[in-house]
Write a protein that binds this ligand. Structure first.
Ligand code: NAP
Length: 288
C-alpha cells in the first residue's frame, strides 16, 4: 500500500493530478450508486400516514393511470378518479370497490377542454352573466370533490401522444393544441385545484407522469409536440418541488419508459388516415 503511494508520488505532477481526479470521480459515482441502492432497500412508505387518506388520479381508465389507481387502492388510499368517460370511470370505480375496502369518487372532466377560448378565466371575470363553459363546470366539480378531503397524493397521469409520427405542418394546429391542453394546461389546472388543501394540511405528494421522450433522448422527431409537452412536465415538476418543499409537499416527475399497452404502433401511412393531412400544408399564411 505504502509502496503504491510512493510509486504514485514519484510520477510527474500532471499524472498524479489526473489520478487523484479519477479517484475522486470514481468515489462520487460509487457513492451515488450506493445511495440509490439504499433507496431501493428502504421499506416503502406508508403513503396514507405520510401524506393523507385520499389520492386523486387523472386518466385512471386505462394503462399506467389504471395501474396506479389499483396500486394506490391496494395501499389503502381512497380515490378521486378524474376522467372524461363516465361509463369507464364507473367501471374502474366498481372494480376498485369490489376488490378493496376503500372509498371512491368520480369526476367527469374532459381535460382537452381546459383553456379553450370560452373557458378563458379573464373572459369569465368580465362577462359574469355569460353561460358557464363545460370546462368551468368540470374544474368546479373537481374542486368540490376534493374539498374537505384529506387528499395526500395527486397523480397527474392523463396524457395523449396522438397525433403521432407526423411532421408538424401535416396536422391541423388544433390537434396539436388539444394535445397541449391535456398534457400541460390540464396538468397545471388540476394541480392548482388540489394544491391549496395540501398547503393547508402541510403535507402532500404530486406525481407527474413525464416521458423518456423528453429526458432520455436529445430529440424526438415526428413526436415534437408530445416530447416538448413532456419537457414542460419535467421542468414544472422540478420548479414546483423547490417552490413547495418548505410546505411539506413532495413533487416528483416519473419518467416512464415505453409500455406496450395502448401504445400506438402507427406507421406514418396509417397516421394520416386518423389525422387528415392539411390540404396545402406549405401554403403561406398572408399577413393580416
Ligand atoms: N405508455 C407509454 O409507453 C408511456 C411512455 C411514456 C410516458 N407515458 C405517459 O404516461 C401517461 C399514461 O400513458 P398510457 O400509455 O397509460 O395512456 P393511455 O392508456 O392511453 O391512458 C390515457 C389516460 O388518459 C385519459 N385521457 C386522455 N385524454 C383525456 C382527456 N381529454 N380528458 C380526460 N382524460 C383523458 C384516458 O381516458 P380514456 O380512457 O377516456 O381515453 C386514459 O385514462 C401519459 O401521460 C403518457 O404520456 C406513457
Amino acid at each position: 500500500m505504502m509502496g503504491g503511494a510512493d510509486t504514485l508520488l514519484r510520477q510527474e505532477p500532471w499524472f498524479v493530478s489526473l489520478a487523484v481526479l479519477g479517484a475522486l470521480y470514481t468515489a462520487a459515482v460509487v457513492l451515488r450508486l450506493l445511495s440509490h441502492l439504499a433507496l431501493l432497500l428502504r421499506r416503502p412508505r406508508d403513503l396514507r400516514r405520510r401524506y393523507g387518506a385520499w389520492a386523486v388520479v387523472t386518466g385512471p381508465t386505462s394503462g399506467i393511470g389504471q395501474s396506479m389507481a389499483l396500486e394506490l387502492a391496494r395501499l389503502g388510499l381512497n380515490l378521486v378518479l378524474v376522467g372524461r368517460d363516465p361509463a369507464k370511470l364507473q367501471d374502474i370505480s366498481e372494480t376498485i370497490s369490489k376488490t378493496r375496502s376503500v372509498q371512491t369518487k368520480t369526476v367527469v372532466f374532459d381535460l382537452a377542454l381546459v383553456a379553450t377560448p370560452r373557458g378563458d378565466p379573464y373572459a369569465r371575470c368580465t362577462t359574469q352573466a355569460s353561460p358557464r363553459h363545460p370546462w368551468d363546470e368540470a374544474v368546479r366539480r373537481l374542486r368540490e370533490a376534493v374539498e374537505g378531503l384529506d387528499v395526500g397524493v395527486l397523480v397527474n397521469n392523463a396524457g395523449v401522444a396522438k397525433p403521432c409520427a407526423l411532421y408538424l405542418h401535416e396536422v391541423d394546429v388544433e390537434a396539436w393544441v388539444r394535445m397541449m391542453r391535456v398534457n400541460l394546461c390540464a396538468l397545471t389546472e388540476v394541480t392548482a385545484a388540489v394544491l391549496p388543501g395540501m398547503v393547508q394540511r402541510g403535507r402532500g405528494a404530486v406525481v407527474n407522469i413525464g416521458s423518456g421522450s423528453s429526458e432520455a433522448i436529445p430529440s424526438f422527431p415526428l413526436y415534437t409536440i408530445y416530447a416538448a409537452s413532456k419537457r414542460y412536465v419535467a421542468q414544472f415538476s422540478r420548479s414546483l418541488y423547490v417552490e413547495y418543499r418548505s410546505k411539506g409537499i413532495d413533487v416528483q416527475c416519473q419518467v416512464s419508459p415505453r409500455t406496450e399497452e395502448n401504445q400506438p404502433t402507427l406507421r406514418r401511412s396509417d397516421a394520416s388516415t386518423y389525422y387528415p393531412r392539411k390540404k396545402n400544408p406549405t401554403k403561406k399564411i398572408a399577413p393580416s
